[in-house]
Design a protein around this ligand. Structure first.
Ligand code: IFM
Length: 792
């Protein structure tokens, strides 16, 4: 992908005006907001489809070529709609819906194709600012006819049920019949659609499919535009009833346009989805395509006004952060508490759309600080699946709530039982049985939400229940030994190379934290909301002595901390394992666990992803910097980064430690997971956790933001080449504008809200910030000076 002047050759043939008919919206012209895929390389097709995917949290559609190619995988997904895979052990996966964007172009019966014709120019552009997928294509067919084609596509952020596509075709040097074909319903074989048609009755304006018990209705409308004063436009059906067709007679320099609009409803959101989709379509067609596109672009503008991070001095990092924020915003739907975000969002098939700890630990901070209602919605998904978590705990002989390692619509465990290793072996997947830290991760996210929003109603209605039920799980999960220590045995920590380990430091520390915060929540609710607490504690049948028991277990939990070295032992016995040279292995094409084999990997110190280092990132204020430093120095060389979750958190912790060169390397590595496909698996969708991690590396690492009960603390470390970073975050009803310079930090409090908040430079100088004012602090030598109120 590279920068260019958009459409430099596509604006018209020599001596003629630009297309009189054009797409309903122009691209946002600033190249810093564009991802560009130049040319056409068939083998890259799947990753381009993922990277350029469009979504709005309700629908997601891959950026497949409209006319298709040998490799196209044009999946469309609806959040929360899963279908059981034929092989039962695979569990449910996101249903693949009919592709609304498939469109073939024929010039006098010859189909245009990137694979057969002469491609004179071709590029795809993802306009991050406006949430538009744009395509420009200039193609010569076998008869020497040159066509200019432009496509625009969007999944509306203003109206999440709507997908819009627009195409303009201009004849450069011929007079001929131009035709467009859109396959109907299941006839679209290229989509390998998983959700079967409910009825095959021919209805060009409606497709209804079924996924399990859910019906999905797609109402389709279209608006063809003829070239000025000649030709004819219209649609009819071919004799086999499989395609819609529009045709025009055009002459040189003339253009035609077709807008297609789809309205999607499911039986999750309407009793009669077919009727709802039909009515909705009629209403939006009335408003007109241009108005719909404008509303969508406006919605993106509003989102970006808070979510954008601006970097001066590093264009690559700038684009990577915008790309990350684009996909994060596209993945979430604040209106639906019964869905969450899968590991690849709505952009691809990998992991079947399942939800992992990725959401709470890697993605949620972005929503929490830029769009708290969305963070609340995501946490409500965990509240609505609490019963399934209770059932899982019970089935394993524990109390409270043990969340599914992989979760889908119901919250039941959906982790596949086996997988095929790259060397062809069938291996058991033990994460659902052993990777229990997810329960503490959900609890952690609940507490972060509480700190940032102070939303007591949420704690009363849902958050308190999650904290208490997860604490109960840990209290029953920990085994008290005769020596008075509590152990959590037989788990998998974030480092999945080592299974069935005892006392994984991450798991134990997060469990300890979960137990203590649940006890804190009980005190808080008892005092702040006594009447509600009475109901809540009854609902949860909480015994009076439970919170004290949680604190006792928390205090007794083995930490794995070695005071002399300042190191946490990743799990019991880790320090005795075989040292292997992971660093020199990092450039090998084959992952280290494949090179060493499973047994040797298990007996080695090689770790798959940040484990103790994740603990540092999450519980930073619990230990002095020297502890984080010692652990980073020890564990960073062991990390094979076999998971996309790993590099960004290394960047975050390295930045906090002031290891800025190291942080920049990891930041780039994290950014390249999708943008350069550096793990080779972007075809399955973008890596949502890595994108959330990148945002955290900037905000929590580079700005050094820490969330505290009475305000925020900053500990800035600009990365090499970065001369300024600015971003906005929300904190308790306020919008804080942070500008991190080389030697200055500026905080503007933009909302006219009452009350002061404490802004600190780590544990150093602080000020009480008032709404509507700006504060600046300057570096004085190695330390920070005093905060001053800025003029204006
Ligand atoms: O949740 C992660 C896990 O930590 C590592 N493997 C991939 C999962 C989904 O992203």
């Amino acid at each position: 992908m590279r920068d260019r002047e958009i459409g430099q050759n596509l604006s018209g043939v020599a001596g003629q005006d630009v297309m009189a008919i054009d797409l309903p919206m122009a691209l946002f012209s600033d190249p810093e907001w564009q991802m560009i895929e130049e040319g056409f390389n068939l083998v890259r097709e799947h990753e381009v489809e993922s990277i350029f995917a469009l979504a709005n949290g309700y629908l997601g559609t891959r950026a497949s070529l409209e006319e298709g190619s040998r490799l196209s995988q044009p999946d469309t997904f609806a959040a929360g709609i899963y279908i059981n895979e034929p092989a039962a052990e695979l569990g449910p996966s996101l249903a693949r819906l009919p592709d609304c964007a498939h469109l073939e172009i024929a010039i006098a019966d010859e189909l245009l194709s990137l694979e057969t014709g002469k491609v004179l120019e071709h590029r795809r552009i993802l306009d991050l600012r406006q949430g538009l997928l744009w395509r420009e294509w200039r193609q010569q067919d076998s008869m020497g006819r040159i066509s200019q084609v432009r496509f625009l596509r969007l999944a509306s952020l203003a109206d999440r049920h709507v997908i819009i596509q627009s195409v303009v075709i201009k004849a450069e040097n011929y007079s001929e019949r131009v035709e467009l074909f859109a396959p109907f319903g299941n006839a679209d074989a290229r989509s390998e659609q998983k959700a079967p048609l409910v009825s095959s009755a021919y209805d060009p304006a409606m497709v209804t499919v079924r996924a399990g018990k859910t019906s999905i209705a797609i109402a389709k409308g279209w608006v063809p535009q003829p070239p000025s004063n000649r030709g004819s436009a219209g649609e009819d059906r071919l004799s086999d009833h499989t395609k819609e067709r529009w045709s025009w007679e055009v002459g040189p320099g003339e253009a035609v346009r077709l807008d297609r609009v789809a309205a999607v409803y499911t039986s999750r959101d309407a009793e009669d989805p077919t009727n709802a989709a039909r009515l909705h379509l009629a209403e939006i067609l009335d408003r007109g395509v241009s108005a719909l596109v404008r509303a969508h672009v406006d919605a993106w503008r509003v989102h970006w006004s808070i979510a954008d991070i601006q970097i001066l001095g590093d264009d690559e990092a700038q684009r990577a952060l915008r790309f990350a924020a684009y996909h994060l915003m596209a993945a979430a739907n604040p209106a639906d508490e019964h869905v969450s975000i899968g590991a690849r969002g709505l952009t691809g098939r990998a992991y079947g759309g399942h939800i992992f700890w990725d959401t709470e630990i890697y993605m949620l901070p972005f929503y929490l600080l830029t769009d708290p209602p969305t963070a609340r919605t995501l946490l409500m998904y965990r509240y609505h699946t609490l019963d399934a978590a209770r059932r899982k705990a019970k089935a394993h002989g524990y109390e409270g709530a043990l969340y599914a390692w992989e979760s889908a619509d119901t919250g039941e465990e959906t982790t596949p039982r086996t997988t095929v290793a790259p060397d062809g072996r069938i291996v058991s997947i033990l994460t659902s049985e052993q990777e229990h830290h997810v329960s503490a991760d959900v609890a952690y996210a609940v507490w972060q939400y509480w700190l940032v929003t102070g939303d007591e109603d949420f704690m009363v209605d849902a958050g308190g229940d999650i904290l208490i039920e997860t604490a109960r799980f840990w209290a029953s999960r920990a085994q008290m030994d005769a020596d008075g220590c509590a152990h959590i045995r037989g788990v998998i920590g974030p480092d999945e190379y080592h299974e069935a380990v005892d006392d994984n430091a991450y798991t134990n520390m997060m469990a300890r934290w979960n137990l203590n915060r649940a006890a804190d929540a009980v005190s808080l609710l008892k005092h702040e909301r006594p009447a509600d607490w009475e109901q809540q504690s009854k609902r949860l049948a909480l015994a009076a002595d439970e919170p004290a028991a949680w604190r006792r277990v928390a205090a007794a939990l083995v930490t794995g901390f070695h005071p002399d070295s300042g190191l946490f032992e990743q799990f019991q016995g880790y320090f005795e394992l075989e040292p292997v040279d992971v660093v020199s292995h990092r450039n090998c094409a084959m992952p280290i666990d494949l090179c060493l084999g499973p047994e040797r990997t298990r007996l080695s110190k090689a770790i798959k992803q940040a484990d103790v280092i994740t603990l540092s990132a999450l519980l930073w204020d619990e230990w002095p910097d020297a502890v984080h430093q010692a652990n980073f120095d020890y564990y960073e060389p062991q990390a094979a980064h076999g998971s996309s979750l790993s590099p960004a958190l290394h960047a975050l912790v390295a930045a906090r430690l002031g290891r800025v060169e190291h942080a920049l390397d990891y930041f780039r590595q994290g950014a390249e997971i999708d943008l350069a496909n550096n793990m080779g698996n972007a075809a399955g969708g973008v890596h949502m956790a890595a994108l959330g991690g990148l945002w955290q590396a900037a905000v929590f690492g580079v700005a050094g933001l820490r969330i505290r009960e009475d305000g925020i603390a900053l500990d800035p470390h600009l990365l090499p080449g970065w001369t300024e970073m600015s971003c906005s975050v929300r904190w308790r009803g306020r919008i804080l504008r942070l500008v991190i310079g080389v030697d200055t930090v500026e905080v503007g409090i933009e909302t006219q809200d009452s009350g002061e908040l404490k802004i600190a430079i780590v544990d150093g100088p602080f000020c009480f910030g008032h709404p509507g004012r700006r504060y600046i602090v300057e570096r004085e030598g190695l330390a920070w000076g005093a905060w001053k109120e800025a003029d204006g």
